[in-house]
Design a binder for this molecule. Structure first.
Ligand code: FES
Ligand code: FES
Length: 151
């Protein structure tokens, strides 16, 4: 089986896996990174949303071979030590989470949106397709606006 090395949340990791194994499986089952959630496995629910080289991805769709030598960031790598990312702070301030299952993916999608569009309009926020079965969408929107600095 081939071996792959990539940077995971700032640290180099090496894993042995079939080349077509989805990154989500590698993260959760081989590397113990369980922030990205398994919901659908086919790129629809977006509960697994993470970043590859700073861009949003759904790791259930990305084979591990495509991550070699690149930077993978999950919710576990978002905070700078004890200092939460501004989006995480806004999430807490707006008390967004309900059951929490979709929330790592929601936050990673929000961070990616704000990096692309620092002051998103409602229409930009509506482009986020992450599913929340608890219906926290209005609080997600509020938190994104707060993180964007327009309360
Ligand atoms: S588990 Fe990846 S999009 Fe649903
Ligand atoms: S908070 Fe429960 S699925 Fe989103």
């Amino acid at each position: 089986m081939p071996t792959y090395t990539f940077k995971l949340n700032g640290k180099a990791v090496t894993t042995t896996a079939p080349s077509d194994m989805p990154l989500l499986w590698v993260l959760r089952d081989k590397l113990g990174i369980t922030g990205p959630k398994y919901g659908c496995g086919v790129g629809v629910c977006r509960a697994c949303t993470s970043h590859l080289d700073g861009k949003e991805i759904q790791p259930c769709l990305v084979p591990v071979r495509d991550c070699a030598g690149r930077r993978v960031t999950t919710i576990e790598g978002l905070a700078a030590g004890a200092a939460l990312h501004p989006v995480q702070q806004a999430w807490l301030a707006c008390d967004v989470a309900q059951c929490g299952f979709c929330q790592p993916g929601q936050i990673m999608a929000a961070v990616a949106l704000l990096e692309r569009t620092p002051h998103p309009a409602d229409a930009d926020i509506d482009m986020i397709e992450n599913v929340c079965r608890c219906g926290t969408y209005h609080r997600v929107r509020e938190a994104i606006k707060q993180a964007a600095g327009r309360g």
